[in-house]
Design a protein around this ligand. Structure first.
Ligand SMILES: C[S@@+](CC[C@H](N)C(=O)[O-])C[C@H]1O[C@@H](n2cnc3c(N)ncnc32)[C@H](O)[C@@H]1O
Length: 208
């Protein structure tokens, strides 16, 4: 689900006449929400399959102001997309912030949701994209941004048994088995752990 607080931060920027870039767009979940509110939006992602899905949806729903491009967001520069606002939902890194800083003009905005270091802390493995508040604020400042909004949205699910703990992670098991998080979570449950944390940073920063 895309956080309503994040969408409110985007909408406060009066997107109507804006050219927007959505970094790490996946199949376009956020891109299509933005498309209905802005002049035009480009979604970039390195996952070709996701970009094909996004293009199919744009064609099926006749959404003419959303285009999608396969690109490594940590390798390309963003100037060619001429963004007046950059958004990102769960795809953020120092390299991406640096590129946003170079592409946006003074006064323009970067609005995003990033994984917080507490996301799935029970697995013992923070995401390589995860930030804590202080580090994120400092990376933003180093790249020419003034953080205007930096808030943690956290949801801790608590349960009574190992079985309930496994059920709470239903849908994540295959992913966690693939990325190596699963054994850490099972060990946490076996040691008596009874929680599962989702934690994200909701951020708006303006180019100085
Ligand atoms: C958690 S998904 C979020 C997708 C989408 N923003 C959404 O909310 O549905 C993270 C996305 O970032 C993309 N991604 C990660 N690193 C990337 C990179 N260096 N360049 C482009 N895309 C990247 C992944 O392929 C994936 O689609």
């Amino acid at each position: 689900m895309v956080s309503p607080k994040f969408l409110a931060l985007l909408e406060a920027e009066d997107l109507k006449d804006k050219v927007v870039l959505d970094v790490g767009c996946g199949a376009g979940r956020l891109t299509f929400l933005i498309a209905s509110r802005c002049r035009s939006v480009t979604g970039i992602d390195r996952d070709t399959t996701a970009i094909v899905q996004a293009r199919r949806r744009a064609a099926a729903e006749r959404i003419g102001n959303a285009v999608f491009s396969v690109a490594d967001a940590e390798a390309v520069e963003y100037d060619s997309f001429a963004p007046q606002l950059i958004a990102a939902h769960l795809c953020m890194s120092d390299a991406i912030i640096a590129r946003c800083g170079r592409a946006l003009a003074p006064g323009e905005c970067l609005v995003f949701v990033a994984f917080h270091v507490d996301q799935w802390r029970e697995t013992g493995r923070p995401s390589r994209f995860a930030y804590d508040e202080a580090r994120l604020a400092s990376v933003l400042r180093e790249n020419g941004f003034v953080p205007e909004h930096l808030e943690v949205e956290r949801e801790v699910t608590r349960f009574g048994t190992v079985q309930d703990g496994l059920a709470a992670a239903a849908g994540l098991e295959d992913k966690w088995k693939a990325d190596g998080r699963w054994p850490g979570y099972v060990e946490f449950l076996e040691r008596g752990g009874r929680s599962l944390t989702r934690s994200r940073l909701i951020v708006k920063a303006r180019r100085r």
